[in-house]
Ligand binder design. Structure first.
Ligand SMILES: CCCCCCCCCCCCCCC(=O)SCCNC(=O)CCNC(=O)[C@H](O)C(C)(C)COP(=O)(O)OP(=O)(O)OC[C@H]1O[C@@H](n2cnc3c(N)ncnc32)[C@H](O)[C@@H]1OP(=O)(O)O
Ligand SMILES: CCCCCCCC/C=C\CCCCCCCC(=O)OC[C@@H](O)COP(=O)(O)O
Length: 274
């Protein structure tokens, strides 16, 4: 009898889930974000044995990129890449891009150049299978609480970029930013580019505001533009030039971000006929 009541309660709860999903925006938001994280965890489990054949190697980022590229379709996110011709061919460079949310992974995987690895907070290493996949992909981890150590890791990265022909992707805001603008940029990425004497390639991911908002618990289908801006050379620059370079790149990115936000902002529906 107890089993029957339990089973009936479970069946009722399962029947109610679609209704709740249909009626509650917040429930839908949490389901979608839960599925996003769960799906990436599952993809990481698939990636691990494939990547393990090579060991820790930047070439494994191709496997991770390939496995991630369908995820946008699951969410109805249409992505357009502009300015891909700006990627310098056959040379190392530092990519810098804005960082709004963990959804940035989708934009990153849309344009990630070959032999390019992100710099990530070290906490990612402890996310189970995701951490293992990131390690196998050659992702560079920094401890944000230890500035001196983070700078040493970046200095080592400058060497690796040149000796092993590697490109590096940095989020110079240093953290996710949902404000609809850009935080001040930290200078690590620009020191890295100047130390290695390689160009900086700015990439702007358009605002998610019209289809995704963590604060409002809103996540619908939508459109996202990833704009690659012209590279800035650093040849001949030294440490004293880093602040001006940082500000120049941020100004260019902010201008492009605002232009994209204006372009993609949904136009108000026409007034209803009287
Ligand atoms: C198949 C499925 C598998 C799924 C796998 C999916 C994988 C995808 C993974 C994607 C990961 C994305 C993760 C994104 C993140 O984790 S973002 C967070 C981490 N990233 C950053 O923080 C990068 C940006 N931060 C910096 O550049 C900082 O400057 C940093 C180097 C970290 C140091 O930060 P902080 O401690 O806050 O110090 P300051 O920035 O204030 O710097 C202090 C002074 O040092 C100078 N400086 C900085 N860097 C250098 C350097 N490299 N060399 C020399 N000097 C440096 C800096 O200019 C400051 O001095 P001044 O004030 O300018 O005098
Ligand atoms: C054994 C432990 C198991 C833990 C399992 C955790 C499961 C998590 C599963 C999938 C996570 C997928 C998300 C990948 C990471 C996205 C990158 C990202 O956006 O990192 C945030 C970082 O840029 C800035 O961090 P903060 O904004 O400063 O914070």
């Amino acid at each position: 009898m107890e089993v029957t009541v339990g089973t009936a309660a479970l069946a009722l709860a399962l029947l109610l889930l679609p209704v709740l999903y249909e009626r509650s925006g917040s429930f839908r938001f949490f389901c979608k974000m839960g599925f996003y994280n769960g799906w990436i965890l599952l993809l990481a489990l698939v990636a691990i044995p494939l990547c393990a054949l090579r060991g820790r190697d930047v070439e494994n980022m191709k496997i991770i990129r390939g496995l991630m590229q369908h995820v946008k379709h699951l969410y109805g996110i249409r992505m357009a890449v502009r300015g891909a011709q700006h990627f310098p061919p056959r040379q190392p460079y530092v990519v810098v891009s804005n960082h709004q949310s963990s959804l940035d992974l989708l934009g990153m995987m849309e344009v990630l150049p070959d032999r390019c690895v992100p710099i990530a907070k070290r906490e990612l290493l402890y996310m189970g299978a995701v951490g293992v996949a990131c390690w196998l992909g050659g992702i560079i981890f920094i401890d944000r609480k230890r500035t001196h150590d983070a700078i040493s890791v970046m200095a080592e990265a400058a060497h690796t970029m040149l000796s092993q022909d590697v490109r590096v992707w940095v989020f110079p805001e240093g953290t996710r930013n949902h404000s609809g603008s850009m935080l001040p940029f930290k200078r690590g990425a620009f020191h890295l580019a100047v130390q290695a004497q390689v160009p900086v390639v700015p990439i702007v991911i358009s605002s998610y505001q019209h289809f995704y908002s963590k604060r409002e618990r809103r996540f619908t289908a939508g459109q996202c533009v990833i704009q690659v801006l012209p590279p800035l050379p650093t040849r001949g620059l030294g440490p004293a030039d880093v602040p001006a370079l940082t500000e120049r790149v941020r100004a260019a990115m902010l201008e492009a971000f605002e232009a994209l936000s204006a372009e993609l902002r949904p136009t108000a529906p026409p007034p209803a006929p009287q």
